[in-house]
Design a binder for this molecule. Structure first.
Ligand code: ADP
Ligand code: ADP
Length: 220
């Protein structure tokens, strides 16, 4: 049984932007799926739909047996807790420390105290951020910021990580490092969906690639 299933999903933003048209695919548990396509093809829209931030105009999204359309709001929020989201622009709290940014990711889930602190310390060591622990995020390099964002996403111990152009603001070397980290997490069993238009990231990987066609504007 796939972890995630999209069936004929279409997303139209008012009045007539066809961000996604009739997209169907499955993601198996433990898979690393690349999503690519030109700017405007709907990559972000697709990840937002999967995270439940947007609703499809038509079609179905299933997470295991759960049909998003039948979920109550609080169930959708519970589902979201099983996912980690990584953004191109990091979306960290710049004036807070590395530790605080990652810790807050757990606190919002109601996990606090020594258990949470230990989990944060462990992920910071893992992502080579221990030495930056008490530094404010705004003082870090781009690659370090993205590692903090990854730490914040995976400290939740999610089943699924959604990464939206996670290397968009990074140089090629830092980009490869971020990809390596995501591949490592995937090798440990986390399912990863990685949206990117970076050809260099896609090259040489024997992975499934979902290519979204150019977005279209409907003539109403
Ligand atoms: P990508 O991530 O591949 O660049 P997006 O999903 O960001 O593509 O955008 C797909 C299309 O939908 C674009 O034409 C974009 O302008 C439009 N779009 C995205 N989000 C919104 C929104 N919230 N409201 C209206 N149009 C949007
Ligand atoms: P609000 O208008 O309060 O922001 P939402 O539009 O996020 O609420 O959600 C309203 C209802 O739509 C909820 O029952 C929610 O479960 C459902 N919903 C939200 N996202 C999706 C989605 N991607 N697919 C299907 N249903 C959704």
């Amino acid at each position: 049984k796939p972890l995630l299933q999209l069936e004929k999903v279409t997303k139209i933003y008012p009045p007539s932007i066809r961000a996604l048209e009739n997209i169907s695919f499955e993601v198996r548990r433990g898979e690393l799926l690349f999503v690519t396509g030109p700017s405007g093809a709907g990559k972000s829209t697709l990840l937002n739909l999967i995270f439940g931030l947007e609703r499809p105009s038509s079609g179905r999204i299933l997470y295991g047996d759960l049909d998003y359309a039948h979920l109550r709001r609080r169930d959708l929020i519970a589902l979201r807790r099983r996912m980690g989201f990584i953004f191109q622009d990091f979306r960290l709290l710049p004036e807070k420390t590395v530790f605080e940014n990652v810790y807050l990711g757990l606190e919002v889930l109601g996990i606090g105290g020594a258990v949470a602190r230990e989990r944060v310390e462990r992920i910071l060591r893992r992502l080579d951020l221990a030495a930056r622990r008490d530094q404010r995020v705004e003082t870090l390099s781009g690659g370090e910021k993205q590692r903090v964002a990854i730490a914040r996403a995976v400290v939740k111990e999610p089943e699924l990580v959604l990464a939206d152009e996670p290397t968009g603001n990074l140089d090629p070397e830092r980009s490869r490092e971020i990809l390596r980290i995501l591949e490592e997490l995937n090798a440990e069993g986390i399912t990863v969906i990685l949206a990117t238009h970076d050809e260099n990231l896609l090259r040489g990987h024997h992975r499934r690639i979902l290519v979204l066609p150019e977005g279209r504007i409907v003539n109403a």
